[in-house]
Design a protein. Sequence first.
Length: 473
Amino acid sequence: MTTDTHTRNQRRRRLALLCCLGAGFGTLVDASVITYTVPYLGSELQAETNGVQWFLAAYSLSFGLGLVPGGRLGDAYGRRGLFLLGLAVFVLGAVASGFAPTIWIAVAGQLVQGVGAGLISAQVLGIIQDEFAGTGRVRALALYSMAGAAAAILGPVASGIVLTALPDALAWRAVVLLSVPPVLVTVILAVFLRPAEQSRARRPDLDLPGIALLAAIVVLVTLPVIDPGVTGGVLVAVVAAVLLLLATLVLWERRYAGTGKTPLFVPALMRSNGFVAGNIVALLWFGAVVAHIGIVTIFLLQGQSLSPLLVAAVLVPSAVARLAASAFSSRLFARLGPASVTIGLAVQVVALAVLCLATVWLSGPTLLTVIVVTEIAAGLTAGLVEPPLRAITLGFAAHAVRGVAASFLQLTQRLSATFCVALATGLLLGTAGARPTEVGLRSGLLVCLSLLIVATIVSRLWLEPTHRPRAPR
């Protein structure tokens, strides 16, 4: 390889990495700030509890559903075009939400934005795989994780500043649009991106019917959570529809696999006890974590009437702790193996249990102090749990389906977050109307605590025994 070629490759890789970091930062800024808009949805858009629930859950739903087809389309036709399309769709959804005249148009905007985020995320992981190898790939993934952590730290602070400085009618809309500037910068960079890849002629196996059936199941399961007052007849109809759709999904997936195509539920992965166990732990853990931080944020904003800046000051230390802990997660995993995941989950269980008990006996500044301490503990353990859990779960996937496995893992996590966020938010807001109380917070936290307890048990009894020690990568 000539010096000029090597220099061009280095420049291309640097540009590709900048695009990935910008995209990751932009999409995760949106996820970190959206909860701060909740107090303004009722006054500005006359949103009721069910509208707020859908507003918070819609992004995760469409994010998850966009991952699998996005990844497979990128593999078949090239990542640059799909990356640019995802960025454009993401911005379109953000603008639709930011300028929405009603809550349901804002929800639709979140759905569109989630599709864009799913397309973006699928291409980012693929670009890093294509452009980097060995230690370079590890370094690129570490920088990508740091971009996400920076978004979790800077997003709430920026939200607090915007919500404090602007009138209510403009402030929440500005927060929704905070992710647009970094994504637009990424679009400009991506125009000059020329990834090192060749388009493939093979038509991708998207399995759109399987994705549609799964989406319908998630929406139907979520409906009674968002509208707990549904009549018995409607509830029976929903249960019957879910069972029918589940049976249809199983039959369709078997038929699709029988044609030689790659279904949504890849048979080789579904036969792996370790992969299934890892997915169960991941979806329970992710749903609990996302719902937990969401309801704590809403409780502080509305229940405790704290300013957005003060709420950010309370919760940002948890994000910093998570960033710091993730740097040490590989060392802990090297010493303890999959037990490090179980231990981290157990500590999170203790932290949430302490917070639940605190809502019974404490209030005001004392409760706020407990929230700060328990959130830092939860952040530390989340940083220790997530990287090894992902590595263990994907370690059960053969190399040929590693990309499909990664998309499926993110899909299950996002769909879990859709349901858990809707349920926990409904419990928080539904118990006290417009102003959440300690009772509502405790109800939502008990759901999250239950999920973490089950995740800990599954990790200890199912995931640990199936893990085969491997050399570090």
